[in-house]
Design a protein around this ligand. Sequence first.
Ligand code: ATP
Length: 240
Amino acid sequence: TGRTPLLSVRGVKTFYGNIIALKGVDLDVNEGEIVTLIGANGAGKSTLMMTIFGNPRAREGSITYAGRDITRMPTHEIARLNLAQSPEGRRIFPRMTVYENLQMGAAVNGGAHFAQDLERVCALFPRLKERLHQRGGTMSGGEQQMLAIARALMSRPRLLLLDEPSLGLAPLVVKQIFSVIKDLNERDGMTVFLVEQNAYHALKLAHRGYVMVTGTITMSGTGRQLLDDPSVKAAYLEGG
Ligand code: ATP
């Protein structure tokens, strides 16, 4: 299309010690898209997400975001570039209240729109609104996942990176979270890069998807194409 992708990953190799986890990954996320990355346990999905944030760092290849080469940028500087992450395992601040967690999210953009953004995430996640003064660590797993996403949203990201938002959640909560992601994309034009093991939901939601197998992208296409692909069906959608 001639557009420059918002996020562009080229030939990225990442190692843990001597062990190669990403073997030369190429992937693009265009502005306004929902792109999903699916793959089995240990394929390297989280490693790619973390490499985008510079920890661990790519040993080879390049990562460009909004026209800037971020391959060698320190993580705290990357976090200021208007991309937000809701990492796997919902790393919220357990001793802080829900409200304080949301303040931390807003601090990244200076907190100027705090009241407005708080209202918005409370509308998206009414459960959080009821529990603003509860400590994060005492929230249920699903509530903590909502909080992690809400906190990421408070920073008004141009690109939202989500690592397995459905992990360990009840089907109803998964549905809610995916519908929130869809809304944010359609109404606010937020670009989303979603890593998921829940391939069926992710591919239904996404405009485009990539399949990762042991550190390599093996397939890409529209969400629909991947959902209909026999090998994707056999490997990732059986019983789903
Ligand atoms: P899952 O869906 O299970 O989270 P994933 O696709 O996100 O899997 P990664 O967590 O990226 O996979 O792991 C990719 C590979 O790198 C795995 O073989 C894993 O054991 C290895 N790995 C991940 N983190 C480390 C680490 N800190 N030290 C050594 N090896 C690691």
